[in-house]
Structures are given as C-alpha cells and as structure tokens.
Ligand binder design. Structure first.
Ligand code: PA5
Length: 445
C-alpha cells in the first residue's frame, strides 16, 4: 500500500509537519501503552495477532453448515455491527451476486439497519420462498432497529421451520455478559459469539461481527486477518516518522488540512464494489472524530459515476474539500474495448485497450483537474481488491483514525451524540421511563 500526496505539499510546509511530530509520537505511545483517551476500548489493536485458531476454525465450521442448509443468510445489525461485514462482502462479491444461479455460498442480505416497513415486508416476502439462517449482531443487545428486525424474523423462522429447527438457524453475536440479546440467546439456546468488552462497534470487523458473515459469504477470513496483521506489523515496527509511516502521514495531513479550513473529506473510489467500504470508513471517521463541535465531515463518491453529479461541485464549489482516493492498481478480470469498422461512436481510438486502462486515465485526469481546482488530493494505492488487501486497509484506517482523533484531542472511541435521537424516539413512542421527555417533546411538534 502506498500513500501519495497531490497538491498537499504546497499548501503546508515541512515546519507544520514537524509541529505534529512530537504529538504523533505521544499519540503512538498512548495507543500502545493504552494510556490515552478511551483506553478501555483499544482491544482492536490486538485483534490481528490474537484471534485464536480455534475461533477461526469454529467460525469456518459454522459458515460451512450454514451454507449447506441456507440459500440466504440475513445479517441483522446496524452501524458498527453491520457496516464492516457489508464493506468486505460487497468488495469481494460478484457485482450481480443476487442474480448468480451458480453461487456456492448463501446470498447475504441485511436487516436491522433501518426501520422501513416496506424494506422489512419485501425481505419477508423473499424469505417466505427461500431457505435461510440469520445472525443477530448487537454489542449492547438493546439497539432498537436490529431488535425489531430480529423479533420479526425470529417469529418468521419459527413459523417456517418450527421452534426447534429455527434455533439451529439463529446465531447471536453480542456482549458475553450483558444485554437483552445475551439473555435471550441464553434462554433460547442459540449458538453465540462474543464481542470483546474492549472493542467498540466500528472497530469490530476483525471479531466474529465481521468474520462470521464474511466466512458465510464464502471468503477467506484467514487471509483477511493476515492482511490486518501485516499492516499492524508495518505500522508498529516502522518508525513513527512522517516520511516512513503511512498512518502518521494520513493522520497529520488530515489534521493540517482541517486547521486550514478543509473541513470536508471525500473518499473517492473508481470501483463500485467499494461503495460500502466508503460507508464503513464514513462511520469510522465520522463517529470517532465528530464531537465537541469539531471534526472533519467524511463524505464519499463513486467515480466516474458521480463525476456526472457531484463532479461539478468538487471542481468549482466552496473550497473546503479534500479528497482521499482509494486507487486500485489491478482489476481482477479482463475486458477490452472491441474494434468496430463503422466507428460511428468514434471509439476506435481506444479499441484494444482494457476498460481498466480507460478507468485509470479517468482517475489521473480527474485528480489533475481537481488539484487544479484547489482540491488537495491524498491517494492511497492498493494493488488489487482481495481479502488480504482489505485486511490491510481496515487496520490502516482504524489505526490512522485513532492517531488522527488523538491529534484532534478527542476520544475516538466513544459516540455520546448517538443517544440524542434515541431518547426523543423513545419519548415519542411512549417507552416506560421516558414520560417526562414525552411531555416536553410533544409540545415541540
Ligand atoms: O460504532 C458503534 O459503536 C456504533 O455504530 C454501534 O455499532 C451501533 O450503534 C450498534 O450498536 P450495537 O452493536 O450495540 O447494537
């Protein structure tokens, strides 16, 4: 993995980088000695080399069993209990997996990431006709969206297969000691996996939260973990200096740009299957840094698609944007543009070229245009999209996020602001214990 900076070095100079060098060293020390803000949520750093072989085997074994009796596997969860798995599964899957008749693994569908009645009705309509299993994922075990989806699908499964058979098709991933889901899973006798106490939702993709769905989807979780492990080794054994450490570079650049008024970061990809990787990254950075009235606003675009929608704004709108491009060097498949004798579409000048070559030229051309338009550009190059490389990217972005949050002087591991909407919703729905809020809130609507 390589990080390149375009139109960044002329915005700030070496002195500004130097100013951050002692802070970055402190941030490293605090993370590794677990002495900084949010230090009870640093278990994710140890995951790549501490996941046991038994746990991996157990997950693979159950993934195999699920694929023998299920055409569909429903992953119920929201936020960090959903986005990591979806990011990796979408990145590795066939673009049209839903229409692939010769699929060797269950199709992964998602629930509990919204409260849409139409979505859930459509899902149940599909599940009526298919064999399926499900996993319900919630660290707290009390999140409303997945709890609603699980109540519906549990009832549906029990009606479809009978209570006893349904139990074998339900998996639960939650806190090992607390929460309603933990209690329910124990009473019902579901197969459970634990989310370690010291790993927060958005940092949990290397726990069963991500690993079980990824394995069920047919992907190599060992390679994924090994990728994370290799990135951990790279980031922790290299020096912390700006020149040699990509996490240091990314964390410092973001913070300098932010100080200079570049308050919006756009993650850019040129591969549609990275859409949910961007969604995962948005949550990781948005929830980790957006607090105390501070933080870069993370957004995402998929090019070249969005060049025909958001491209205009990026080129000429308010100059508070910078881009982080995840640049994929090699496609996994090959397709060339055919020659056509009539050449009515005037495309013969690129006939014989690979589609990926055209995509790369679009990428280079766009970067130059945006840089000329005053949009600083950070390029993160990866050789290909594979389990190993995605594991590297996941650990890279997690570690750089923790560093960046420490440079911003926030706790990158909490999310106090997420609660505000919940108490309003509970008050409006008349939940016990929210009577006072109900009175106040009804006056406001
Ligand atoms: O990153 C986080 O902590 C959040 O996004 C949570 O993952 C999300 O709110 C879901 O919480 P839970 O897993 O407790 O249902």
């Amino acid at each position: 993995m390589k990080i390149e900076l375009k139109n960044v070095l002329n915005i700030f100079n070496q002195d500004q980088i130097e100013e951050y060098s002692s802070e970055i060293e402190t941030a490293y020390k605090e993370l590794l000695s677990k002495s900084g803000k949010g230090n009870d949520f640093l278990g994710w750093i140890d995951l790549p080399d501490q996941i046991s072989a038994e746990l991996i085997e157990d997950i693979q074994l159950h993934a195999k069993k699920i694929s023998l009796n299920s055409e569909i596997f429903v992953v119920i969860g929201i936020g960090g209990s959903y986005l990591g798995a979806r990011a990796i599964i979408d990145a590795l899957s066939h673009h049209f997996a839903q229409l692939q008749d010769d699929r060797k693994s269950p199709l992964i569908l998602y629930a509990g990431q919204n409260i849409s009645e139409d979505y859930l009705c459509d899902l149940i309509e599909i599940l009526d006709k298919k064999d399926y299993s499900l996993v319900v994922i919630s660290k707290s075990g009390t999140t409303t969206e997945p709890a609603i989806a699980f109540r519906l699908l549990k009832e549906h499964l029990e009606k479809k297969y009978g209570r006893e058979a349904a139990v074998k098709r339900i998996f639960a991933i939650t806190d090992s000691n607390r929460g309603a889901l933990n209690e329910l899973a124990n009473i019902e006798g579901y197969k459970t996996y634990d989310i370690p106490d010291d790993v927060g939702g958005r940092y949990s993709v290397l726990t069963p939260v991500g690993l079980l769905p990824i394995a069920v989807a047919g992907f190599d979780i060992k390679a994924f973990i090994n990728g994370a492990k290799s990135m951990k080794e790279e980031l922790l054994s290299e020096s912390t200096s700006f020149e040699s450490n990509p996490a240091t570079q990314y964390a410092i650049i973001r913070n300098i740009l932010y100080q200079k008024g570049y308050t919006n970061e756009i993650m850019v990809n040129y591969e549609p299957r990275l859409l949910y990787f961007t969604e995962w990254w948005k949550q990781l950075y948005g929830e980790s840094e957006g607090k105390e009235n501070k933080g870069i606003f993370p957004a995402g675009v998929g090019f070249t698609t969005d060049l025909h929608s958001m491209g205009q704004y990026i080129q000429e709108g308010i100059r508070n944007l910078f881009e982080t491009v995840v640049s994929v060097e090699n496609s996994n498949k090959e397709l060339k543009i055919p020659k056509n004798d009539a050449d009515l579409d005037k495309l013969n000048y690129i006939s014989g070229k690979r589609i990926s070559t055209v995509n790369h030229m679009a990428e280079i051309g766009t970067t130059l245009a945006h840089v000329d338009g005053g949009v600083p550009n950070i390029q993160i190059s990866i050789p290909e999209i594979s389990e190993f490389v995605l594991g590297q990217l996941v650990f890279f972005f997690e570690f750089a996020c923790a560093l960046s949050g420490y440079l911003l002087k926030v706790n990158p591991f909490d999310q106090p602001g997420v609660e505000a909407y919940k108490s309003n919703m509970f008050a409006l729905l008349g939940k016990k214990g929210f009577e006072k809020e109900t009175e106040t809130i009804r006056k406001r609507i």
